[in-house]
Design a protein around this ligand. Structure first.
Ligand code: FE2
Length: 258
């Protein structure tokens, strides 16, 4: 499997709090069948890109050395989870430096506090303007997406990629993210599932296979799990063009008794 969203680098954000914890997360991922991991620390301050990248390279080197010493074979690619903020409008050229493993794909986190549908599309256009493709991190978790399925539907139509957190499908983030994630799944509108790991095991764990197994037990076909957890994230990390994929249309759940 390929995991394109993790907080696996040590002491950079609210993810791994030590090198030991990073290693533990890598071991959990590797044992569960993850071959490639994108390390995507939170990125907030676009005026301090250089300092962020320097620190990221240092922590990445540290982790790679530790993986070698521990004889753990898992490939780590550098990336970032870029928070969409108004300052990006005057620093848009920085986005190219923050993509997933030097591909054209940028993992973009929308604000959790409500913004308008137009603001969402403006942010996405900002990314396209730079010749990049937005991968929207956990669309199912934003309240304004949950309330208006036009937003994720139009994002797909515009060419954005939607990355759902695997645990959302199981209710780990509450009923509302689960409802949207399941509606997306029914519509075949999830491009990829990722862990968004902040720890080795548990609600925000890196052991993707445990979740894959639970989803399979719930009746999600193996071929679909393969596409969401291996094929499409693999294409993204290989910088392949996925614009000709089938795109589903998300419908709200049917209401009974009306
Ligand atoms: Fe994240």
């Amino acid at each position: 499997m390929v995991d394109i969203h993790t907080h696996i680098l040590p002491k950079l954000d609210d993810g791994a709090s030590s090198l030991e914890e990073s290693l533990e997360m890598c071991a959990a991922a590797a044992e569960s069948g993850v071959k490639t991991i994108a390390a995507t620390p939170h990125f907030y301050d676009v005026t301090a890109t250089h300092a962020f990248l320097e620190k990221r390279e240092e922590r990445l080197a540290l982790l790679k050395n530790a993986l070698k010493a521990a004889d753990l074979s898992v490939e780590i690619r550098a990336g970032a989870e870029v928070a969409m903020r108004p300052e990006l409008y005057t620093n848009r050229d920085q986005l190219k430096r923050l993509t997933l493993g030097e591909t054209r794909y940028l993992l973009a986190e929308m604000p959790f506090s409500p913004i308008s549908m137009q603001d969402v599309f403006d942010y996405v256009e900002l990314i396209f303007d730079q010749g990049l493709i937005p991968v929207i991190a956990h669309p199912e978790r934003y309240a304004y997406f949950q309330e208006n399925y036009d937003i994720p539907n139009l994002l797909l139509e515009k060419g954005a990629v939607l990355q759902v957190t695997a645990q959302s499908l199981l209710g780990a983030f509450g009923p509302k993210p689960m409802k949207l994630a399941q509606a997306m799944l029914r519509a075949d509108a999830i491009d990829c599932l990722a862990s968004d790991a902040h720890e080795a095991y548990g609600r925000r764990g890196a052991d993707l296979f445990a979740i894959r197994d639970l989803l399979f037990a719930q009746g999600i076909p193996e071929s679909l799990l393969f596409r969401m957890m291996e094929e499409t994230p693999g294409q993204i990390i290989a910088d392949a063009d996925i614009s000709d994929r089938q795109i589903g249309y998300i419908l709200p759940p049917k209401r009974f008794g009306r």
